[in-house]
Design a protein around this ligand. Structure first.
Ligand code: NAD
Length: 440
């Protein structure tokens, strides 16, 4: 898409994951006493919009792209969710992503419902100017459907802060007033929040720190493997390294590196930034030299005998084909949907604790919420304030899910869904239930 940092996802879910998410929902419903009304409401997206976006190309020709925006549920507040640019975007996919957002916002107790948007386009095939026209055209087409009190946009796959800036600007032009609260993940100078870029990894870090003592672990003797070395993966690896954890393996799409004594993550990051590949390096002042490390495949990384495994790359990485190979005791899902529901069962039988994506990677949408709050009251927070508030929320909800899992003897993922469903059910029932209208 002609920019150095293309992907900043707030969420991610493919069509095949909708069936998987549906299974998990059915599983969680067994442990709730949700009213029939609430269950029925949650089975249908509230509103779905399909638009055609004409874009004048640089050569003077016209291309028309399909765009979508879905508000799945708004019983807890305005819709909230990212906008994805990808050739395979469909209405079905956007609906399923909006459904997932509904649960993530409820888990973190954010006053938002779930929404999502997307355009079926290969952004890498557009010039920067064409991309800007497309982004502004999308907002022109959906302007009546969104708004700071209705439905708030954010970055997702192949959209970034600059795209968010164009979208906010276009919405403000249409409304004839500055409307920063309609989009989060904006550039700082346009009302973005400090800490939004590291929020996902920071949230995951706070959750890990909260859970570690429950397993009698301390950072200094805790080994970690991280799959994926992008925005989320490299940042969580770095945060853990700085806190004294032994990060023994990291990977990107080309493969993994492993060092038994631990990798020097800042150096690996610097190397990756400079060369677009990862290597284990050790830097002593100005002199950097390659230290011994083993190259391995991503499959080998997932099977390493470590205390903590962090999938932070793609969906469907641990399936029924490789779940039995996993030796880690704890898995923290920074990626969306890295474990299939079949694999979940196997991991559970093998005593592996899986901390689910809808809690672990929710730091991103939480700081998006902080950005919206700052935009609305016009007072901007320090980075310290942002991280403190994020830490408080992550600890509170992680502890709550841990307690639900233990008190009801259910897996942590099911507990997270139960937690979200109870909040959603209460909000839906507050408007009246069959029992209420029948006078019971
Ligand atoms: P990114 O594009 O910045 O990085 C993705 C990383 O995964 C890259 O290092 C890439 O090389 C690596 N990768 C790609 N294919 C791989 C493979 N087959 N095996 C191993 N590594 C592979 O993306 P990101 O923003 O870091 O997002 C990663 C995951 O985290 C996604 O599932 C995303 O939905 C989820 N997530 C991210 C955020 C966020 O704020 N960044 C928020 C919520 C969820």
């Amino acid at each position: 898409m002609g920019q150095s940092s293309p992907g900043r996802y707030e969420n991610d879910m493919s069509i095949s994951l909708l069936a998987d998410a549906g299974q998990r929902l059915e599983q969680a419903l067994k442990y709730t006493s949700l009213s029939d009304d609430a269950i029925a409401s949650l089975r249908h997206p509230k509103a779905s919009l399909t638009v055609s976006i004409p874009v004048r190309r640089d050569d003077g020709s016209l291309s028309v792209f399909q765009g979508y925006r879905v508000r799945y549920d708004d019983s807890r507040g305005p819709g909230k969710g990212g906008v994805r640019y990808h050739p395979s975007v469909t209405l079905d996919e956007v609906q399923s992503l909006a459904f997932w957002m509904t649960f993530k916002c409820a888990v973190l107790n954010l006053p938002f419902g779930g929404a999502k948007g997307g355009i079926a386009v290969n952004p890498k095939a557009l010039s920067r100017l064409e991309l800007e026209r497309l982004s502004r055209g999308y907002i022109a087409a959906i302007a009546d459907f969104i708004g700071p009190d209705v439905d708030i946009l954010a970055p997702d796959v192949y959209t970034n802060s600059m795209v968010m800036g164009w979208m906010m600007d276009q919405y403000s032009i249409i409304q004839r007033r500055s409307s920063p609260g309609v989009v989060t993940g904006k550039p700082i100078t346009m009302g973005g929040s400090l800490g939004r870029d590291t929020a996902t990894a920071m949230g995951a870090f706070f959750a890990i720190e909260t859970m570690l003592p429950k397993f009698d672990l301390i950072p200094q003797n805790t080994t970690v493997a991280v799959q994926g070395f992008g925005n989320a993966g490299a940042t969580i690896a770095d945060l853990l390294f700085q806190a004294g954890y032994k990060v023994v393996a990291v990977s990107d799409s080309q493969g993994a590196i492993y060092c038994k004594t631990g990798l020097d993550i800042p150096s690996v990051r610097a190397f990756k930034d400079a060369t677009r590949s990862i290597k284990a390096v050790y830097c002593d002042r100005t002199v950097c030299s390659i230290v011994d490390h083993d190259a391995m495949s991503n499959a080998d990384l997932l099977a390493l005998d470590v205390d903590i495994l962090i999938p932070a790359a793609l969906e469907n990485q641990i399936t029924d084909a490789n779940a039995r190979d996993v030796k880690a005791k704890l898995i923290f899902e920074v990626a969306n949907g890295p474990i299939t529901s079949d694999a979940d069962q196997i991991l559970q039988q093998n005593g592996v604790y899986v901390f689910p994506d809808i809690l672990i990677n929710a730091g991103g949408v939480t700081v998006s919420y902080f950005e919206w709050v700052q935009n609305r009251n016009g007072m901007y927070w320090t980075l310290e304030d942002v991280n403190q508030q994020l830490q408080r929320k992550m600890i509170e909800e992680a502890e709550c899910i841990w307690t639900i899992a233990h008190s009801r003897s259910i897996p942590l993922r099911t507990a997270a869904y139960v937690h979200a469903l109870e909040r959603l059910g209460e909000a839906i029932d507050a408007k009246g239930t069959r029992r209420y209208y029948n006078g019971h």
